[in-house]
Design a protein around this ligand. Structure first.
Ligand code: IVH
Length: 675
């Protein structure tokens, strides 16, 4: 029995050593981890536990005997004269209590131990060596004994002193240790920039910081300048009058380093636990990412008594917060249709516990987002939930993609009503254009009944929901098919209120063209636009037949609105609804279209491009319209003139191709001002 346990342990240790080695290489050498930190910690802890139980099975090459990363090529080696150690982890308060009990026992103390508690900064550990007060070298931790010399890069970090302050109070040679981290704001900016350039995004500020330090070519100075250094230890050259970690931090501040302002002396484990809780709450407000509390026995004498193992000191422990990032797989991607018709892809995840909750869904936002991250069904992904923030899929884990997966695309049709989905140019959202799509219907009926639209008194939010849930309204025109008999079947609807509603609906039939246009809920068409369009066309038919160019020739209407109108009226279902509404008695007085006085630019179509010096493009447009001309957004054979300002771009090329006459600003002014 005992033998088979031993054999099982041997086998498991073998597996764990191989896996951890592999993960170490991916993490440190390729900045491309395949498992989450939490998963890595679990594997490492399992190995430590097995090795503690079966000390004979510990292999000399075990990852538990190694502190950090193997070296990459490119930087010269830097030997740490005093090894840079790692920290053991405590996963929760109970494990911290176990640590405290051991410390008390070994020190033979009755009273509470004095500790220093500090934030565990989630960056990259570095050592800075000063000789005669001058910065001599800066190095990464590497495997704890040998790191990489990154002096040139780190000198760009703004709060690393190049010269120590308080000149006479430091030994000839000192080494200062701490963490370089990228503030969350800098991280967001960096990723935004990378997204624009189509570069791969960093998964978290730590990877971004580590990546910044090890830039070799085309050094991005901005990234280095954004780094923040926090000092927390002295390697060599500890001044003799310093007797505790508290004194170490004071000394470091005195030399001109930034130390974490949250650090605090705690007596006993209860104070430590309270501090840890406080820090967890302060976490989201802090500028740097932290992932726990580092607890250190304060007295250096007591530290020495407790001693150090090869990997980590026995007088310190890192108490971890629940992980905010985990890995999981995407089981499916579903499409939800929102109340505005937006089609949103949502990842169905293998449930995963992250940031304190179990996450099984995450919005993928839109097609661009999916394309940029190349997210596919079956992929292993990094899922993040920080604080109260909704969970997000940060990135696909490279190297874990199964063969045969395909790029994911939004469906061409709305999954609810099957209308062809549209994505207006320049927008990231794809929408269902159908006003009667059940996913949008409640919103649209509410809008139709609202004050600024047809103003149906008494038809409020709750009643709209009831009508639709009861199946009495399946499309907006059904509002005008309601009778008091069917209304009385609804909860809390007596004969009186039904009659009242029917009367209100009847009254709403008499309206104006502008209000009718508003009531249709066309994107980008509010009261102002509706008035403009109604005045210009006088009735619905000419408006429905209008081209984009006709629409754009109205002062105050640009290409976006023109496209929205055109898209709306070209949808067959929308046209059917309009016919139905009119047949059900919705009507408005016809008015004469406003035609501009015949001007000298009658029949001429202009396209404006590039920036003008003496006037804005909007001004230019107004002046052209005032003289009877039209302004369109794209160059075609019908274009009379292209007005090209500064940096004209592709429109100019097109105009030249089509042999359209090109005017510069001066020529335009001449044309406008000549009589
Ligand atoms: S002290 C002998 N203090 O965490 C103790 N380390 O997991 C050595 N870290 O290598 C480290 N914040 O890079 C210490 N306040 C802090 C820390 C901290 C972050 C990092 C450090 C270390 C790693 C161990």
């Amino acid at each position: 029995m005992a033998d088979s346990n031993l054999e099982a342990a041997r086998g498991r240790i073998e597996v764990l050593v191989t896996e951890l080695d592999q993960h170490n290489r991916l993490y440190y050498l390729h900045d491309a981890p395949e498992v989450s930190d939490a998963e890595y910690d679990r594997l490492l802890r399992e190995l430590i536990e097995l090795e503690t139980r079966y000390p004979d099975l510990r292999r000399p090459d075990s990852p538990t005997q190694r502190v950090g990363s193997p070296l990459s090529e490119g930087f010269s080696e830097f030997e740490h004269r005093v090894p840079m150690l790692s920290l053991d982890n405590a996963m929760d308060a109970d494990e911290l209590r176990v640590f405290d009990e051991r410390v008390s026992r070994e020190l033979g103390l009755e009273e509470p131990v004095s500790y220093v508690a500090e934030p565990k900064l989630d960056g990259a550990g570095v050592e800075l060596v000063y000789e005669n007060g001058l910065l001599l070298a800066a190095a990464t931790r590497g495997d704890g004994r040998v790191g990489e010399d990154v002096t040139a890069n780190l000198k760009n970090c703004q709060n690393i002193p190049l010269v120590l302050k308080s000149g006479d109070r430091h030994p000839e040679r000192v080494s200062v240790r701490g963490e370089v981290a990228l503030p969350k704001s800098g991280f967001e900016r960096l990723n935004a920039r990378r997204a624009k350039r189509n570069q791969e995004l960093f998964v978290n500020p730590r990877n971004a910081a580590a990546g910044s330090l090890r830039q070799l070519h085309d050094i991005d100075i901005e990234r280095l300048r954004a780094l923040d250094f926090r000092a927390y230890a002295i390697g060599e050259g500890l001044p003799e009058d310093v007797t505790g970690q508290e004194g170490v931090l004071e000394m470091l501040e005195c030399w001109g380093f930034t130390v974490s302002p949250e650090s605090r002396v705690c007596r006993g484990v209860d104070e430590l636990i309270a501090f840890h809780e406080e820090l967890l709450h302060a976490r989201d407000r802090m500028s740097l990412e932290i992932d726990g509390t580092v607890v250190k026995v304060n007295s250096l004498e007591q530290q020495a008594e407790l001693g150090t193992l090869s990997r980590a000191p026995r007088w310190a422990v890192a108490v971890k917060f629940p992980a905010q990032q985990e890995h999981t797989t995407i089981k499916a991607i579903e499409v939800q249709v929102g109340r505005t018709g937006a089609l949103t892809p949502v990842a169905k995840l293998e449930p995963v516990f992250v940031g304190g909750v179990t996450v099984s869904n995450a919005s993928l936002h839109n097609q661009d987002e999916i394309d940029r991250k190349d997210i596919r069904v079956g992929d292993t992904v990094v899922v993040q939930r920080a604080g109260d923030v909704i969970p997000q899929v940060v990135a696909v884990v490279p190297g874990k993609r199964k063969p045969g997966t395909r790029r994911w695309r939004l469906p061409a049709n709305c999954p609810v009503c099957n209308s062809a989905a549209v994505r207006p140019e320049g927008e990231s959202v794809t929408r269902c254009p159908n006003i009667d799509c059940p996913a949008q219907l409640k919103n649209n009926v509410r809008h139709l009944a609202s004050r600024g639209a047809l103003d149906v008194e008494g038809l409020g939010e709750k009643l709209v929901d009831q009508l639709i849930d009861a199946g009495l309204v399946e499309r907006i025109s059904d509002v005008f098919r309601l009778d008091s008999e069917s209304l009385q079947g609804l909860e809390r609807m007596g004969s009186k209120s039904s009659e009242n509603l029917v009367t209100a609906i009847s009254k709403a039939r008499d309206t104006t063209l502008a209000r009718f246009l508003i009531s249709l809920g066309i994107r980008d068409v509010g009261a102002t636009v509706a008035e403009l369009v109604a005045n210009r066309f006088g009735d619905l038919e000419p408006l429905m037949e209008a081209s984009r160019q006709d629409l754009e020739s109205i002062d105050g209407i640009g290409p976006t609105i023109a496209e929205s109108l055109e898209l709306f009226f070209s949808d067959a279902r929308n046209r059917e609804e309009i016919v139905a509404l009119r047949e059900l008695g919705v009507r408005w007085p016809h008015s004469e279209p406003v035609v501009r006085e015949g001007g000298k630019l009658d029949g001429k179509t202009f396209v404006l491009t590039g920036s003008l010096e003496g006037m804005t493009r909007a001004d230019a447009k107004t002046r052209i319209l005032d003289l009877g001309g039209k302004v369109s957004s794209s160059v075609s054979k019908k274009t009379s003139y292209l007005v090209a300002g500064d940096a004209p771009g592709s429109k100019l090329t097109k105009a030249n191709e089509l042999k359209v006459e090109v005017l510069d600003e001066g020529a335009l002014i001449e044309l406008l001002e000549s009589s």
